[in-house]
Design a protein around this ligand. Structure first.
Ligand code: UD1
Length: 405
């Protein structure tokens, strides 16, 4: 069986790392189970569905900075991509269009049996459409998440990808239900758990050993007088990058003022800043006041282990990232999600998670911030968020039987 899997942007990398490792383990287990080896050294399959998996990794190049991409490949031991489409920045149409043009050439040459896409970024959409038009089967890891917010580019990516996919691997039962409600055939849905948590569990020990002061020193974006005494007493951690929060001054500025005037009086705030947010702070004339504020510790985008380490000790997380809501659930970090909705309801307090939706209205953020500070860290583990999801993904692919209609 030949599989091409696709990554494009930062949140894809932690999802593909365990999948690639599970493929390697599957191939090794086939060898170990007494397959004969031909003269050319190639593994001879016992039967059709027990042949080794030939895997190729394609990087669309949507995220291209070393800190947004290469650092994750290195930290998570992801083999270098076999093919890089070099798509880079651009409008959504440019990114999707360029990816489709380049990916079509790859499919014509490589003719895989499956294309595996993860998450909800532009690469996920572009590559599933291209594959289906060439009659190649598509598997979507992290299928069935729905925010019901059509203004979110990721929601459009999720809907289209799931409508096209042959095999939909879901992280939780709510996602499987969403797919059933949309009429996805039962045969195509498999509840496998959350593959991000495989990466978290595989890297927890390494992250625990990191020193927080070293992380700050190594990644500092602006030189600062030593902020460590206050950090030791507790800190807030923030990531913000969604267009709905950072692209409009009238939304972004009040959030910034709340952080500068209120959060930093309680504790310092560590902010590994996304390139999009940095660009907008500068455009809106807010950069000086943020970067000169003694209570804000601005960092470059940080590595996977570094983020995990900061998350482990944060008193509170403020974020609009989907992945961080999930990591806060497992680590128990009280989390304010600066969105009006989430495609990951399982991470919310009412479903047993650690996070609460606060949108981008400052009165609401303030109220929930004050209440959240009273909460203790309470780790939770939703069903099948057990670190073994990637194995279940490979098993689902190998065992997939097409329904002949
Ligand atoms: C993308 C994903 C989003 C994900 C986020 C995490 C889509 C639709 N969105 O959003 O789901 O949560 O990644 O990071 O795919 N830039 C750099 N260096 C880079 C990459 C981007 O400077 O390595 C700049 C570009 O100039 C660009 C801006 O950051 O204008 C935004 O990048 P883009 O790829 O458009 O989307 P993200 O906001 O990162």
């Amino acid at each position: 069986m030949k599989i091409i899997s696709v990554v494009g942007a930062r949140p894809n990398f932690m999802k593909i790392a365990p999948f690639i490792r599970a493929i390697e383990q599957y191939n090794e287990s086939l060898k170990a189970h007494g397959q004969s080896t031909s003269g050319a050294g190639e593994v001879t399959p016992i039967s059709n569905d027990q042949s080794p998996i030939h895997h190729l990794l394609v990087h669309t190049g949507q995220h291209y900075d070393d800190r947004m991409s290469k650092a994750f490949f290195e930290a998570l031991n992801i083999p270098e991509a076999d093919i890089n489409l070099g798509v880079g920045s651009g409008s959504h149409a440019q990114q999707v269009g360029q990816t489709m043009i380049e990916f079509e050439k790859v499919l014509e040459k490589e003719k895989p049996d499956w294309v595996v896409v993860v998450g909800d970024v532009n690469a996920t959409l572009a590559c599933s459409v291209t594959a289906r038009k060439q009659h190649i089967k598509v598997c979507h890891i992290e299928a069935g998440l729905r925010s019901r917010d059509m203004k979110m580019p990721e929601e459009i990516n999720r809907l289209v990808t799931d409508r096209l996919a042959d095999l939909l691997l879901t992280p939780d039962k709510l996602s499987s239900e969403n797919l059933r409600d949309e009429g996805t055939p039962e045969n195509n849905i498999v509840f496998v758990g959350n593959i991000m948590i495989d990466t978290l569990e595989a890297n927890r020990e390494k992250a625990e050993k990191l020193n927080i002061e070293d992380i700050i020193l190594k990644n500092s974006l602006v030189p600062q007088a030593s902020p460590f005494a206050r950090v030791r007493e507790g800190y807030a951690l923030m990531t913000l990058h969604r267009p709905s929060n950072v692209d409009k001054q009238e939304v972004f500025e009040p959030i910034i003022n709340f952080i500068l005037e209120e959060v930093t009086t309680d504790m310092p705030l560590i902010w590994p800043i996304h390139p999009r947010s940095q660009k907008h702070l500068k455009e809106f004339g807010l950069w000086e006041k943020v970067s000169n504020h003694p209570g804000i510790i601005l960092l470059h985008p940080i590595g996977y282990h570094e983020m995990l380490r900061l998350n482990m000790d944060a008193r509170i997380m403020l974020t609009d990232s989907g992945g961080l809501q999930e990591e806060c659930t497992i680590l128990g970090t009280p989390c304010l999600t600066l969105r009006w909705n989430t495609e990951r309801p399982i991470t919310l307090r009412e479903h047993g998670g650690a996070s609460v939706l606060v949108g981008n209205n400052v009165a609401r953020i303030r109220k929930e911030y004050t209440e959240t500070l009273q909460l203790n860290r309470t780790p939770q583990r939703p069903n099948l968020w057990d670190g073994k999801t990637a194995d279940r993904c490979v098993k689902a692919l190998v065992g997939f039987k097409e329904e002949k209609g």
